[in-house]
Design a protein around this ligand. Structure first.
Ligand code: AHM
Ligand code: MG
Length: 375
């Protein structure tokens, strides 16, 4: 080998995950393989997303998901691929997908493992037929109940207990970005060899934010604090602040990814259009937790406008949550505006936010008051 060569080594995602695993001598390799299964699923989905304009897979599948949202054919395809890559490996105890109402069980004839996998198979899918970036979001919690099959309790864990999360962006190139709590690493798919190659090691959000991303068309429904916050981002409110650029695709993975690399904030706030639904659109378990973990590991922060997304105790699989994520000082500023101007919204939102904690307390009380039969 020529010692003078300056070409950096080609690090595939498999090699990278394996090298991270070696830092933990007690690791069995199961988790490593799980991430590799996700990378394989991503490659298969990427093959179809890049051909979407060519094949009859493009367009609406003609069915609604459990929430009455129109499903695109690629949604169904991505959902099936991720399930099939993980149902038989013995690594996963249960799965949950944005496209299914309840837990997706592992067939009884296959073994189960120590992890539960949650995913949004194709986020931003309304962008498929206009050839704009879409993404897959995934997260992994460790199963802690004794049952061999994962339960709802295993799914509904706080984000700070995540063992891994990440996303795949199907854009001008396909990238997989993941964290296991040791920084955030990005890999670009080389279509010539079919491998994800390390292209963005140890991603950190740049300290100088460039963009804010939100659906400003809905400003009418926003709370006073959020409106003022945006005026602050635009340099209209506050002193000496240069305006930030506005970029919004309407595909959260794309918007988040750009802001992760360039600096900025993505938000989808709560609102008071319907007081019974003060929480916005984004799902805590399939979207928010995963990206919040990535943001935190990249030196940023994700909040629901009240506090850390990763500390919210979930109460249901499809729970929605307001989200502000990106550069820490911007997210903190949003919290400050909400705290100062959105008391009405908070009076509707906080009981919804606390539900998880209350359920948790109920479970603890029930356990404590249960008579000990052995006595
Ligand atoms: P989806 O999971 O049904 O695709 O919805 C989530 C998407 C996000 O990717 C995106 O940020 C948001 O919905 C866009 O919503 P809107 O059109 O209201 O701005
Ligand atoms: Mg989604």
């Amino acid at each position: 080998m020529d010692k003078n060569t300056t070409t950096p080594p080609l690090i595939t995602i498999e090699r990278h995950i394996f090298e991270q695993q070696r830092r933990f001598p007690q690791a069995t390799g199961t988790f490593t393989k799980l991430l590799q299964d996700m990378a394989l699923a991503a490659k298969i989905i990427a093959t179809e997303t890049t051909r979407a304009g060519l094949t009859n897979i493009l367009g609406s599948a003609g069915s609604d998901n459990v929430f009455g949202e129109r499903q695109q054919k690629l949604d169904l395809f991505a959902d099936k691929i991720i399930y099939e890559m993980n149902d038989h490996t013995g690594r996963v105890a249960a799965m949950a997908s944005e496209e299914h109402e309840g837990i997706i069980e592992i067939p009884p004839h296959y073994g189960t493992g120590n992890y539960v996998l949650l995913f949004d198979p194709l986020d931003g899918s309304s962008n498929i037929d206009v050839n704009t970036s879409i993404g897959t979001i995934f997260s992994v919690h460790r199963k802690f109940t004794r049952d061999a099959h994962g339960t709802m309790e295993d799914m509904l864990q706080e984000g700070k207990r995540l063992v891994a999360s990440g996303y795949v962006i199907y854009g001008s190139s396909t990238m997989m970005v993941y964290t296991t709590g040791q920084g955030v690493h990005g890999f670009t798919l080389d279509p010539a060899i079919g491998e994800f190659i390390l292209s963005h090691p140890d991603i950190k959000i740049p300290p100088k934010p460039l963009y804010y991303s939100c659906n400003q068309g809905y400003e009418k429904y926003w709370t006073p604090g959020v409106r003022r916050f945006v005026k602050w981002l635009q340099g209209i409110e506050g002193k000496g602040h240069t305006p930030m650029g506005h970029r919004y695709i309407g595909s959260m993975v794309g918007d988040f990814h750009r802001n992760l690399l360039k600096g900025g904030i993505f938000f989808y706030p709560g609102e008071l259009q319907d007081k019974k639904k003060p929480y916005g659109k984004i799902r805590l378990m399939f979207e928010a937790q995963a990206l919040a973990f990535v943001a935190e590991q990249a030196g940023g922060y994700a909040s629901d406008g009240v506090g850390d997304i990763l500390e919210i105790r979930p109460h249901s699989l499809h729970q929605r949550v307001p989200i502000f994520m990106g550069n820490t000082e911007l997210v903190k500023k949003a919290e400050e505006y909400i705290h100062n101007y959105d008391q009405e919204w908070l009076s509707y939102y906080l009981p919804h936010r606390r539900k998880g904690t209350e359920l948790d307390d109920l479970a603890t009380n029930a356990k404590e008051s249960r008579p000990n039969k052995k006595k």
